[in-house]
Design a protein around this ligand. Structure first.
Ligand SMILES: Nc1ncnc2c1ncn2[C@@H]1O[C@H](COP(=O)(O)OP(=O)(O)OP(=O)(O)O)[C@@H](O)[C@H]1O
Ligand SMILES: [Mg+2]
Length: 558
């Protein structure tokens, strides 16, 4: 092969070089054939080493220049001297790659061609011998390593510079909480769309999406190129996706239709919800204690009562329970901000007419819900609503699971809650008392898991991060965030360079439960081809247009 014929994407199966040194713990070094340019090597690409007894599926983790003859580098050829350069390359000077064996594969005997007859990939316990050949991995190698096409898998993208689909094992994905991380604009929401497409299409879970920026509920123009990005409802139809918005005084554009509106009564807000909002509401440490005193005295009407208290009422209450009047007045003043949110009502909201209850019923019946925040995309409404609803869902899912375990009724459907800005709910201080923290820590005990989407993974409680089943990491710039992504991953050192090499958009490193080994993928493009894959075979509209998800849900009379 000549220099010219080695393009930036070598065909699969191309010989790259041979193993020259290395160890199981530190990885291997392979010397490149003279025909292979170091410039064609890419960190994060896959290669296969053909050992004597096993094949090794490996990741390129570094690219290096070497010289066996010191003189060649001390007295380099003149810039235009191509002849001397070619004479030296491959002998006195050479390129090499650092490769990390990820999985061992049973060697395929010549007379057995069906990959299904061979055993699956196994963890690496040894290394290949000296001079074992290193090739670009082939499509059938990928097929042996990653999930096969079918109802239980979903294509997430392609490996670097290769046109081979990489599939996730959807059952394993839905089994644990998962996370999509990356700096702003790196493609988190698009990647989340790919994942939701798979979960909904293959009916692996019911989804509740706290759609802070109204990206999934309604169609929108893409910032890049202006293409129209379809909503989940357009893709899956009225019967499978219900859209909820928040009650708002500001008129909602016609292009933002909803199936139901969320209104939250003060009686539906709990002390835990208030505690989560402490920073946003500027509450001090005694605020939570004062709230407990109020709740002890007035029950679930405590918040409405507090906001209605005249100074004399506050004085009387403080004398009764031995509290500080100044602290109670300050708490009332700060919590009054909640009433400025249009969707928060002073009125007592009974369960029978609670819109939260309505959302829960929709989910229980197997419909996916996108809760679009529309004009209310600031943190205060977002965190309040997400926390109030998740707390109620968690309680319901726990009750239903306990009842089912006792032989009463069916288990609730597996539910995945997608939450953006996840570090706000899962910071070390918040994760201890939010339902989000509990759900992330409990794995899938009660059939509910999280899909956390975040640009600051270092802000998430390390204990929660360690429970995340599969991490999808797009480009991150902050060293703390990169460290957080690799914390607790054995032998993560070599992945740091891979993570640092990610493109600024639409590229992600997948690590964890749903993939057999860490892999860098170019994330599937959200385009007509993706929409077709998602809707193929009639996953689209089932109910006549205009039929609303709310028609499907009837609440029992309390
Ligand atoms: N898989 C993809 N298919 C098509 N376009 C993509 C894809 N990934 C990223 N892009 C492009 O990159 C842009 C940013 O992606 P996205 O909105 O998903 O980023 P983000 O990480 O969610 O950003 P933010 O933190 O601001 O929410 C998109 O508007 C789109 O133009
Ligand atoms: Mg986003």
């Amino acid at each position: 092969m000549s220099w010219d014929s080695v393009g930036s994407t070598q065909p699969s199966g191309t010989r790259l070089g041979v193993v020259t040194e290395g160890s199981l713990t530190k990885g291997l070094t392979a010397r490149l054939d003279p025909a292979c340019s170091v410039e064609d090597m890419r960190v994060g690409r896959f290669v296969k080493i053909q050992g004597e007894q096993h094949d090794f599926f490996c990741l390129i983790t570094d690219v290096m220049l070497g010289a066996s003859n010191q003189q060649a580098t001390e007295d380099p050829p003149a810039p235009g001297d191509h002849f001397l350069r070619e004479v030296l390359s491959g002998t006195a000077i050479f390129g090499s790659i650092a490769i990390q064996p990820m999985l061992m594969l049973e060697k395929r005997p010549v007379d057995r061609v069906d990959p299904d007859e061979l055993g699956g990939p196994r963890p690496v316990r040894t290394i290949p011998t000296h001079f074992a050949p290193v090739d670009v991995a082939r499509e059938d190698d990928f097929d042996r390593v990653f999930a096969k096409p079918g109802d239980d898998s979903w294509e997430i993208g392609t490996p670097r510079d290769m046109d081979i689909p990489i599939r996730l094992d959807l059952d394993r994905l839905a089994e644990r909480s998962n996370g999509v991380f990356g700096k702003s604009g790196s493609g988190k929401s698009m990647l989340t769309r790919v994942l939701l497409g798979g979960l909904i299409r293959r009916r692996k879970a019911v989804n509740l999406i706290f759609d802070m920026h109204s990206e999934y509920a309604w169609p929108r123009e893409d910032q890049r190129g202006g293409a129209r990005v379809k909503s989940l409802k357009e893709l899956f139809g009225n019967s499978r996706v219900a859209v909820y918005g928040l009650v708002s005084r500001r008129p909602r554009p016609r292009s933002w239709p909803v199936d139901g509106e969320i209104r939250i009564g003060l009686n539906e807000i709990d002390i835990d919800d208030i505690a989560l909002l402490a920073d946003l509401l500027n509450l001090n440490e005694t605020a939570v204690e004062t709230s407990y005193l109020l709740q002890g005295r007035f029950g679930d009407g405590w918040l409405a009562t507090l906001l209605d208290m005249a100074p004399a009422d506050i004085k009387a209450f403080c004398e009764e329970v031995n509290a500080h009047a100044a602290a109670v007045s300050a708490l009332a003043r700060k919590l009054n901000q909640l009433l400025q949110l249009d969707f928060v009502t002073r009125d007592y909201v009974p369960r029978s007419s609670s819109s939260i209850e309505h959302v829960i019923r929709t989910l229980e019946q197997g419909s996916n819900v996108a809760l679009a925040f529309g004009h209310e995309s600031q943190l205060l409404p977002y965190m309040l609503v997400a926390n109030v609803i998740t707390r109620r869902i968690y309680a319901r899912w726990t009750d239903l699971t306990h009842a089912a375990d006792a032989g009463e009724g069916a288990k609730p459907p597996p539910l995945v809650i997608t939450v953006e800005e996840a570090h706000k709910f899962l910071s070390p201080s918040a994760a201890r008392h939010t339902s989000f923290g509990t759900i992330a820590r409990e794995l899938r005990k009660f059939n509910v898991t999280l899909l956390v989407v975040d640009q600051r993974p270092s802000g998430i409680d390390p204990e929660v991060l360690s429970q995340i089943g599969t991490r999808f990491t797009c480009q991150l710039n902050d060293d703390h965030d990169i460290e957080a992504m690799l914390a607790g991953v054995s032998g993560a050192g070599h992945l740091r360079s891979v993570l640092a090499s990610l493109d600024s958009q639409q590229e992600a490193m997948l690590l964890g439960h749903a993939v057999p080994m860490p892999v860098v993928v170019k994330v599937r493009t959200i385009d007509d081809q993706f929409y077709e894959a998602v809707t193929a075979g009639g996953a689209g509209v089932v109910f006549p247009a205009g039929r609303r998800a709310t028609d499907l849900v009837s609440l029992p009379d309390d």
